[in-house]
Design a protein. Structure first.
Ligand code: CP
Length: 300
């Protein structure tokens, strides 16, 4: 594995190896494993979890971090430098580059220009493979296995790169059942549905969140992505369409969990945080261990 650009790169065996390493690094920290190595974080879009968990992961393994948030404004992209030139230059300063960029395909473009590993931390509405890794790790940790689980994705599935990447991951496991819960205008794109059909994975689509509450093992709630809509009026048509309240959460089956890539706006009410079903903060924490394992793997 040289670069991490999309979830299709992984298979069950490489995922298990990565997750076993994540478990190990959580239990037995290795504070000098990446000493002498430097990670560049290059974020052209806002981030809290992805950037800070990658940076924390690098520091906890003894490595160093350089970087820029708001790279579109604070890097030389603002002067018209191409992404490829930026990457070639950072190759001289860093051993791994973590990039978030608004354009679909930007991470693949960066990888082509790079001698050092490039990690896609989100390319527009394309993919967010390391989020999918931590999502899958969370399901595996909670249930002990992924096969056979029913995952219901709820919300803005058209613009959500995390759901696209996670569906690719889930499709590697037999017996997984997927339900897409979204307004028809924000439904899952056909390339993902075609992929599921090709892999023989059972999936269905509905606009009704109620219909999955009693059966889903995982409700994967997502934010309506305001920044991807052409106007505020278009966004307001969908804002608040699917909200998990405590009363809704209490009607889920006993062992089911609620996940969310975060940040949330209004789609999970704060009172749900104390519900036995809530796992979104544990999910975000798992990102640290998975990203430690990923950096360790890429740099050894
Ligand atoms: N889940 C996720 O990508 O969060 P950030 O945008 O805060 O990185």
């Amino acid at each position: 594995m040289k670069h991490v650009v999309e979830t299709q790169q992984f298979d069950q065996e490489s995922l298990e190896t990565l997750f076993t390493l994540a478990d190990r690094l959580q239990e037995s920290p290795e504070p000098t494993a990446l000493s002498g190595k430097t990670m560049a974080s290059l974020f052209y879009e806002p981030s809290t979890r992805t950037r800070l968990s990658f940076e924390s992961a690098m520091v906890k393994l003894g490595g160093a971090v350089i970087g820029t948030e708001n790279a579109g404004e604070f890097s030389s992209a603002a002067k018209g430098e191409t992404l490829e030139d930026t990457i070639r230059v950072i190759n001289g300063y860093a051993d791994v580059i973590v990039i978030r960029h608004p354009e679909v395909g930007s991470a693949a473009k960066a990888a082509l220009a790079s001698e050092v590993p490039v990690v896609n931390a989100g390319d527009g509405i394309g993919q967010h493979p390391t989020q999918a890794l931590l999502d899958l790790y969370t399901v595996r940790k909670e249930f002990g296995e992924v096969s056979g689980k029913h995952v219901a994705f709820v919300g803005d599935l058209k613009n959500g790169r995390t759901v696209r990447s996670f569906v690719y991951m889930l499709s590697k496991y037999p017996g997984v059942k997927i339900t897409f819960v979204a307004p028809s205008e924000l439904g899952m794109a056909s390339d993902i549905k075609d992929h599921l059909t090709e892999k023989g994975i059972s999936f269905s689509e509905t606009e009704d969140m109620e219909s999955v509450l009693k059966d889903a093992d995982v409700i994967y709630q997502t934010r309506i992505q305001k920044e991807r809509f052409p106007s505020k009026d278009e966004y307001l048509k969908f804002k608040g369409r699917y909200v998990i309240t405590r009363e809704v959460a209490d009607r889920m089956k006993e062992e089911a969990i609620i996940m969310h890539p975060l940040p949330r706006v209004d789609e999970i009410e704060p009172e749900v945080d104390a519900s036995p079903h809530a796992r979104y903060f544990e999910q975000a924490r798992n990102g640290l261990y998975v990203r430690m394992a990923l950096l360790y793997t890429l740099l050894h």
